[in-house]
Design a binder for this molecule. Structure first.
Ligand SMILES: [Zn+2]
Length: 221
């Protein structure tokens, strides 16, 4: 069985503190937990002009097909009806508002034997879509977008550090800003223009063994 995912990237964006490159694997994992395996094609669609280049790059390099479609995604998924595709699993990732509009598409696909998974942000949805009258009586899977994404969240305990300035950063973007900062550059300059002061002459004789290898002056004597 094959699976096609339709993801409205404008309506269901990846929050800033999530690793975009992990979204594809997260979607596949969430579907696997529902017993859906086999080949999965993920289509991220929307007005790509709104999406930062870095995000698009991460998406495409993680195997997600990205497509420019600056209209409502429901319009596009409605076009699915025109194709006589063999029944498989269709996964729709879209906001609550669009999910309401999608019911006619979902109904028709269910009638034709498709397995349907709806993914929608928990907030600000007032009730789960399967409870909506539009979807009454339909056998659907439904997942909150937040729970699908949970493993893509960048861990706050995993940080990058600057050992020169003794600063830690939880985001790579902040770290990059720091590396380019004047403060960091000044400290690096200061360190390399002036070697760390270690008073070799004062080293006590007890420490001789430890110091010998590090101290060129002593090696000469
Ligand atoms: Zn630094």
């Amino acid at each position: 069985m094959t699976t096609t995912v339709w993801w409205d990237i404008n309506g269901c964006p990846v929050p800033d503190d999530y690793d975009v490159g992990k979204v594809g694997p997260c979607i596949k994992l969430a579907l696997a937990k529902l017993g859906i395996d086999g080949p999965i094609t993920i289509n991220a669609m929307g007005d790509l002009k709104e999406i930062p280049d870095q995000v698009l790059k991460s998406l495409t390099s993680s195997g997600i097909c990205v497509a420019y479609f600056p209209f409502n995604i429901v319009l596009y998924t409605g076009l699915l009806m025109d194709y006589n595709l063999p029944p498989d699993t269709q996964v729709f990732i879209m906001d609550y508002h669009n999910l309401l509009k999608l019911s006619a598409v979902v109904f028709s696909l269910k009638e034709r034997g498709y397995n349907i998974v709806l993914v929608c942000p928990e907030e600000p949805a007032k009730e789960p879509p399967e409870k909506l009258p539009q979807y009454a009586g339909l056998d659907l899977h439904r997942l909150p977008w937040e729970s699908v994404l949970q493993d893509a969240k960048i861990s706050e305990t995993c940080s990058v550090n600057c050992r020169i300035c003794h600063l830690g950063f939880s985001s790579l973007a902040d770290f990059t800003v720091h590396l380019n900062s004047e403060k960091h550059a000044n400290l690096v300059d200061a360190m390399f223009s002036e070697p760390p002061k270690i008073d070799y002459e004062d080293s006590s004789e007890d420490d001789e063994d430890l110091d010998e290898q590090d101290d060129p002056k002593k090696q000469k004597t």
